[in-house]
Design a binder for this molecule. Structure first.
Ligand code: 13P
Ligand code: SF4
Length: 350
């Protein structure tokens, strides 16, 4: 990365000192992650958001829903900055508040809303989290989905899982013992989600029809290909991958789990990793004694994670050093209140 920009980021961060706390998700570029005070998966970053209450500014190097969650979890006492407002998440955008309300009405019409506990993946907007909080549900991440579902099924006989159908299905089938038929897909673009009331009543899990376009690129063929090319390779994938990929993988887990697994792996072992490319490249660079490769032949960056680059980071840090808060992410008080209920429920999971 540009040495001039690296120097400017360093200078601005030094000038801010304890005034700023920089959080970085594992999918961030190397040029950005080097300035993070804490790096983590979505769960760790949610836990860490409030770890430095004396810092008036949090610079969140990640995507919009993560910055919103940090604002909610710090109760607006700290100002959360997202260096580029265009850093959204296409999966989070697949569930809008109006669509989720409409879905709930359909569940009411089918006579099952009282039995349903909503569970939303962290990768959702604050108003979806608030909806879930209002309806007695919980937020989850890829590292605690099973625990969140165990909790939800202790409260009701059915779950509406938002917005990632793959994380929901993979957890339901592989960790909760459900059959594929127990999980039905609710399509927000069809009346009643494309389901009959009977199908809604028979389902154990209603999966919102959302997905991650980055992880959606991996297929069973990617796994078969790499196994044919690299004998003895271990296939390690993120649970946002399609069910056929996860079924054929050796290990499944969040970004933090992926990092720990590679760190603990013996020298000389081979790993095909099915997750975002910045992370896989960083792991390959950090472990030259292991053969670490990307699971697919085509490259797979998350374009919105990549929006946060060094120029945007420098711009936001320099602005803060002048006392000017740019790109603040602020969730309104009522939404924040109910979203916090669902987030706190996650943080309190056994
Ligand atoms: P985790 O960091 O929780 O594994 O999530 C991955 C992701 O897609 C974040 O957008
Ligand atoms: Fe969203 Fe997928 Fe990018 Fe994560 S990797 S931020 S789920 S689009």
């Amino acid at each position: 990365s540009d040495p001039g920009l690296v120097e400017r980021a360093r200078a601005a961060k030094a000038a801010l000192g304890d005034q700023v706390f920089v959080l970085g998700h594992h999918y961030q570029r190397d040029e950005v992650i080097q300035f993070a005070d804490v790096t983590g998966d979505s769960f760790k970053l949610a836990q860490q958001a409030a770890a430095r209450p004396d810092a008036p500014y949090i610079v969140f190097c990640g995507v919009h829903f993560m910055a919103e969650s940090a604002d909610i979890l710090t109760a607006g006492h700290q100002q959360v900055v997202l260096p580029d407002l265009a850093a959204g998440c296409s999966m989070a955008d697949m569930a809008t508040f109006d669509q989720v309300e409409e879905c709930w009405e359909a569940l009411e019409d089918a006579g099952i809303a009282d039995d349903v506990v909503p569970v939303t993946y962290m990768n959702s907007s604050a108003d979806i989290k608030a909806f879930v909080g209002r309806h007695g549900g919980v937020v989850c991440t890829s590292s605690n989905a099973k625990r969140a579902l165990d909790w939800a099924y202790s409260k009701g006989s059915k779950v509406l899982f938002l917005p990632d159908q793959h994380l929901g299905r993979n957890t339901g089938v592989l960790e909760m013992g459900f059959s594929l038929d127990d999980c039905v897909v609710y399509n927000p673009h069809r009346p009643d989600g494309g389901l009959t009331h009977q199908q809604m009543r028979d389902a154990k899990m209603l999966l919102w029809r959302g997905h991650c376009s980055v992880h959606g690129r991996f297929s069973k063929e990617s796994v078969d290909d790499v196994r044919a090319r690299v004998p003895g390779v271990n296939v390690l994938v993120h649970p946002e991958c399609r069910h056929e990929v996860v079924l054929n993988a050796d290990q499944i887990g969040s970004t933090e789990y992926i990092i720990k697994t590679i760190e603990a792996a013996p020298a000389g072992s081979a790993w095909a990793v099915g997750t975002e490319l910045n992370l896989v490249k960083r792991l390959a660079g950090a472990h030259p004694d292991k053969n670490i490769m990307f699971l697919d032949k085509t490259v797979c960056f998350c374009s919105t994670m990549n929006r946060i680059d060094l120029p945007h980071l420098v711009w936001s840090l320099e602005a803060l050093a002048r006392g000017e808060v740019v790109n603040r992410i602020e969730v309104d008080a009522e939404t924040a209140h109910y979203a916090r209920v669902a987030l706190d429920q996650m943080l309190a999971l056994p």
